[in-house]
Design a protein around this ligand. Structure first.
Ligand code: NAD
Ligand code: ZN
Length: 340
């Protein structure tokens, strides 16, 4: 079968012939329909410092998907051939304290599909049954293929009460854009989204941001004044991984404000700790999605009208993957979907 493989320890990705994987007793075999390119896949493509330290070579990459089950292991009874499924990309150990307590997203032995173990950019992929998400409603398969990053947006946004609150989202990448839609759907009053990329800000606006702002051109204080905000943002969703965006957020939170941090900061990020202390801010780090509470929430929100379809800007056959990665690397895209 065809698979997109990180074959060499250098920039790039290679379309290769590999064996169809063999399933274990507690796995399912999924025939891919659609997969989406994640920022993580772009890091692996680029072969940056994080990838060099993390990714085994050669390995098939990818972790965002929708597909159909074509075979089930002998101990699998909850799923059957023909089921449409997506899946959680974090494979957890099942026996650490957090796993046993049902907080699987906090497992200390997590392995990432397409990061630490074989990924799903392939015609067929093996998924442990504990990672399967069954799609039993009538949800567009394009949207199901991006449940993983939508789950990041939902998990981050729903970390704190948003009803009637003013929300600042720094970073209008695919996850920040979707978080804007989620925050509005959940009942936020103003959702201000910042980015240095005007194309992406345009998409964030289409997805429901009240006000978009490019910090190279405008000041957040002026935007707050324009909206009639006096005391700062109630909730901050940091989705850029940028130090200056994080500091602007910390400076403009209301006292007692709450920040959920998804963006991955570089090693040199400095913040004014005393703003956090004296203003009584709450900061929560976010990793992945809650298994599977986030999956239930996002399904229910889509069924009750959450529309994130505009985040998908490009679709192409997997043989055109190079084009997909090139577009992602320009920053002039939302989600890019590869069809199998
Ligand atoms: P992305 O890289 O596509 O988006 C980040 C955006 O931030 C870009 O559009 C960029 O232009 C923007 N940005 C850069 N400087 C900025 C500034 N000064 N102010 C405002 N915006 C600025 O990433 P994504 O895929 O949308 O993911 C968002 C972040 O979350 C990334 O940092 C990613 O690494 C991280 N992430 C974390 C987890 C987790 O489990 N914690 C999971 C997925 C992604
Ligand atoms: Zn565990």
């Amino acid at each position: 079968m065809d698979a997109l493989v990180k074959k060499y320890a250098k920039e790039g990705l290679w379309l290769e012939k590999v064996d169809v994987p063999v399933i274990g007793k507690r796995d399912v075999l999924v025939k891919m329909k659609k997969t989406a390119i994640c920022g993580t896949d772009v890091h692996i493509y680029n072969w940056d410092e994080w990838s060099k330290a993390t990714i085994p070579v050669p390995m098939t990459i990818g972790h965002e998907f929708v597909g159909e089950i074509v075979e089930v292991g002998e101990e699998v009874s909850d799923y059957k051939v023909g089921d449409t499924v997506s899946g959680e990309g974090h494979v957890v150990c099942g026996h650490c304290r957090n796993c046993l307590a049902g907080r699987r997203h906090l497992c200390e032995n997590t392995q990432g599909i397409g990061v630490n173990r074989t990924g799903i950019f392939a015609e067929y992929a093996v998924i442990p049954m504990t990672n399967v998400w069954l799609v039993d409603g009538d949800i567009d398969e394009d949207i199901v293929s991006i449940f993983d990053p939508l789950g990041n947006a939902v998990h981050t946004a729903l970390s704190f009460d948003l009803v009637g609150e003013d929300v600042l989202i720094t970073g209008a990448g695919p996850i920040g854009m979707m978080a804007a839609a989620v925050a509005k759907h959940a009942g936020a009053r103003y959702v201000v989204v910042t980015d240095v990329n005007d194309y992406r800000l345009g998409l964030a606006k289409e997805l429901g941001a009240t006000r978009i702002m490019n910090p190279m051109k405008e000041k957040l204080e002026d935007v707050m004044k324009e909206l009639g905000m006096k005391e700062g943002f109630d909730v901050g969703l940091e989705m850029s991984g940028n130090a200056s965006a994080l500091n602007t957020m910390i400076e403009n939170m209301s006292h007692g404000g709450k920040i959920a941090m998804l963006g991955i900061q570089g090693p040199d990020t400095r913040v004014d700790w005393n703003k956090i202390v004296f203003n009584g801010l709450h900061i929560k780090g976010i990793y992945g999605r809650e298994m599977f509470e986030t999956w239930y929430k996002m399904t229910a929100m889509i069924e009750s009208g959450l529309d994130v379809s505009k985040v998908i800007t490009h679709k192409m056959h997997y043989t055109k993957f190079q084009e997909g990665f090139d577009i992602m690397r320009t920053g002039k895209s939302g989600k890019v979907i590869l069809e199998w």
